[in-house]
Design a protein around this ligand. Structure first.
Ligand code: NAP
Length: 287
């Protein structure tokens, strides 16, 4: 059994805390808005009043917060109270963000593992995420029980902080592209006067099919935009992907278009809805 503290119990962190408790770990959680953490008590999670007291007895501290600003604010409070604990950073913060956080950890003498995840609300609740990890071999044993509880698979991408994030940004470029591509075809079908469900039917089960297009496409057809991955998260991640592309010298024309579409959806008031709501900005009749 590992003493694990989860800082940030939003869509992803809440599910991860429950998966850790279900696997038999002693879990403490903290969230800025306490009302979002309180229901976790029913799953056997101890809810702490602040980040400093949350991490006191932890072997592993997991951050699952919105962006690098949030992680920096929270960990600046928590790091001085960590004793012999490893920091597992799972929030999506990009390459520069990961470098900044690794430097903060080093300043406090705390081992740091870069561990963004693939998967959304349901896989987080089911302990079925894919963990993309970067960190020194010396800490892998300490964090493996945590990764086994939150995920169905761990990929150790490399030893440098940022190695996990490199693969995460590659995968999220695919996620955002498939979402926008699905919205484009559904929107075009509707605007051409077709039943847009025909698009999902016609690709179903063949070489053009993608499970994620079916998932998001069905949500688009039903106008069910309950957030699994909110539009404002897609805007943030498109920015992080474009920054990595600029650093790597990869053409960002496609991601720039996706970024513009998600930004427009956010400005149109869909920021808290699922990124499937990008359909509303793309189809003439869908707004
Ligand atoms: P979310 O539900 O919006 O949760 C965001 C969390 O960050 C909440 O706990 C929020 O606290 C906290 N937070 C934001 N700003 C803060 C600040 N300044 N100080 C302290 N806490 C702050 O988002 P989520 O979907 O769980 O995403 C969390 C991270 O996981 C993001 O980096 C996201 O990109 C990544 N991710 C998401 C998914 C997905 O499908 N949703 C999948 C993989 C990775 P409050 O509750 O008080 O607002």
């Amino acid at each position: 059994m590992t003493n694990v503290t989860v800082l940030g119990t939003g869509i992803m962190g809440a599910g991860m805390a429950c998966s850790l408790a279900r696997a038999g770990h002693r879990v403490t959680a903290w969230n800025r808005s306490e009302e979002r953490a309180r229901p976790l008590r029913d799953a056997g999670v101890t809810v702490a009043p602040d980040p400093d007291s949350a991490v006191g007895g932890a072997d592993v501290v997991v951050t699952m917060l919105f962006d690098v600003t949030a992680v920096t604010e929270v960990m600046s409070r928590a790091l001085p109270s960590m004793r012999d604990a490893v920091w597992v950073q799972t929030s999506t913060v990009g390459l520069d963000g990961t470098e900044q956080l690794a430097a903060l950890a080093e300043k406090h003498g705390v081992p740091f593992v870069d561990a963004p995840v693939l998967g959304t609300r349901q896989p987080a609740e089911d302990g079925a995420l894919v963990v993309l990890a970067g960190g020194p071999p010396a800490v892998r044993d300490a964090v493996t029980p945590v990764f086994d509880a939150i995920g169905s698979r761990t990929v150790w991408v490399g030893e440098r902080p940022g190695d996990g994030h490199r693969l995460k940004l590659v995968a999220n470029a695919w996620v955002l592209t498939v979402t926008v591509g699905t919205a484009q075809s559904i929107g075009l079908a509707a605007d051409l006067g077709l039943d847009p469900g025909l698009f999902l039917d016609v690709i179903s089960g063949g070489p053009l099919d993608v499970a994620y297009a079916q998932l998001k496409g069905k949500a688009m057809l039903a106008r069910d935009f309950a957030a699994a991955f909110p539009v404002r998260g897609a805007v943030k991640d498109a920015e992080l992907i474009r920054a990595a592309m600029a650093e790597a010298g990869t053409d960002d024309a496609l991601m720039a278009a996706a970024h513009a579409l998600f930004t427009r959806a956010d400005q149109d008031g869909h920021g808290e809805q699922d990124m499937a709501a990008v359909l509303t900005t793309m189809a003439r009749g869908a707004g």
